[in-house]
Design a protein around this ligand. Structure first.
Ligand code: HEM
Length: 364
């Protein structure tokens, strides 16, 4: 399933969700050149990578005429060369200064950061022979596919999360929206299982991770494509994070926000000052007589606990995976590609577990 296959009313009005169009687009005529990038990377051929980036830089007038889909595809393709040059110790914008106005123009045109993100690298990346990769390795493609499979369910869940934010726990719609959310977010657990089965911690730590380093764009560092940018944090936001978080997770989200799609940033702005589902439920319950809750409240508690259990399950498996890939004798970096250490994953897992434990008491 792809985002494109999802039936979420109105979703395809945003060109960023016209996944098939973006994947098909090759506005820089980069197919053949990008197919050669894995070999350039294997040889650490900085000269060839620099020439390749320079060759792809389009005329600014032409770039200004692009559709949003073409602009996103162009950023995806430039991005593979930006990350490749940085992996070999070269700041790409310093090496090819003429790319700067193009990155800035595409950033403005698409209302996103002036470099590629995880969306460019996974959801908007074509499959098959046109797939853009740094290494050409099957494990890189597997990681891209794992992240890609998490998107549709999470995006669709945002509709239900917005509904949950408008409802109270004694409303039957509250539990219904949570049950739909549970079905939709389950794919993120599958995504981690697929990663564990197909991507070795050694390959990730030693070969792939260096391509995700930040680059300097006009005096500001921008992170590379990081799986942490999938919109799980927006599901957290409405369920518990908006009023039951921790300073470290808040700071991480503040740093991650610029890498989100515009509609997700708007979702965040709408809900960040709200009352979370866990807090609403907690306030509606009289804890002294928790074993005699009205049936609808108990049903809401059970549904909420079910979603939180799925998030906990994802986080427990993901934490184990991340710990292996960032163990002392393997890692080349202290921080993940999203800019945070593995310790943050432990504290987000603990927060998720604490909220689930609280809600489970009411629904048991
Ligand atoms: C080898 C594979 C992976 C490793 C080593 C890894 C490692 C990490 C690390 C160290 C972080 C901390 C923040 C940061 O990015 O700097 C993180 C965050 C995160 N990663 Fe991964 N990750 C992997 C694969 C995935 C996949 C396949 C997904 C989802 C499909 C994913 C989703 C997330 C999310 C949502 C966060 C934010 C924290 C949270 O919500 O718990 N990761 N990852």
């Amino acid at each position: 399933m792809t985002l494109y296959d999802l039936v979420v009313p109105g979703l395809d009005r945003d060109p960023r969700y016209r996944i098939a169009d973006i994947r098909a687009a090759d506005p820089l005529g980069a197919d053949a050149l990008l197919a050669a990038v894995p070999a350039m990377n294997a040889d650490a051929d900085v000269a060839a990578l620099t020439v390749a980036l320079r060759a792809l830089v389009p005329d600014l007038d032409r770039a200004a005429e692009w559709s949003v889909a073409d602009a996103l595809a162009a950023m995806r393709d430039l991005g593979i060369l930006l990350g490749s040059l940085k992996r070999h110790g070269v700041q790409p914008v310093a090496a090819v200064p003429e790319v700067l106005p193009v990155l800035e123009l595409i950033g403005r045109r698409t209302d996103m950061v002036p470099r590629d993100t995880v969306h460019h690298y996974t959801a908007w990346n074509p499959a098959g022979t046109r797939r853009r990769t740094y290494t050409g390795h099957v494990m890189e493609a597997q990681l891209q596919e794992s992240v890609r499979m998490a998107f549709p369910g999470l995006v669709a869940a945002l509709d239900d999360c917005a509904r949950i934010a408008r409802l109270e726990p004694y409303d039957p719609g509250f539990a219904l929206a949570l049950d739909r959310t549970a079905r939709l977010v389950r794919t993120i657990v599958d995504a981690i299982d697929v990663t564990v089965a197909n991507v070795s911690p050694e390959y990730f730590a030693r070969t792939l991770r260096p391509y995700f380093e930040e680059i300097d764009v006009d005096g500001r560092d921008y992170l590379g494509p990081a799986a942490s940018q999938v919109p799980l944090w927006l599901v957290d936001l409405t369920l518990w994070q908006c009023d039951r978080s921790h300073a470290d997770y808040d700071a991480f989200l503040a740093d991650s926000l610029p890498y989100a799609l515009p509609s997700w940033r708007a979702f965040h702005a709408r809900h960040s000052g709200g009352v979370s589902a866990v807090s609403k439920l907690s306030a509606a319950i009289s804890w002294e007589s928790v074993e005699r809750l009205p049936p609808q409240l108990a049903a809401s508690a059970r549904s909420l606990a079910r979603v939180l259990r799925i998030l906990k399950s994802f986080r427990a498996r993901h934490f184990t995976l991340a710990r292996k890939a960032y163990r002392d004798d393997l890692r080349l970096y202290d921080q993940g590609s999203g800019g945070a250490p593995v310790a943050l994953l432990r504290s987000i897992l603990d927060l998720t577990r604490d909220n689930e434990t609280l809600v489970r008491r009411a629904g048991a």
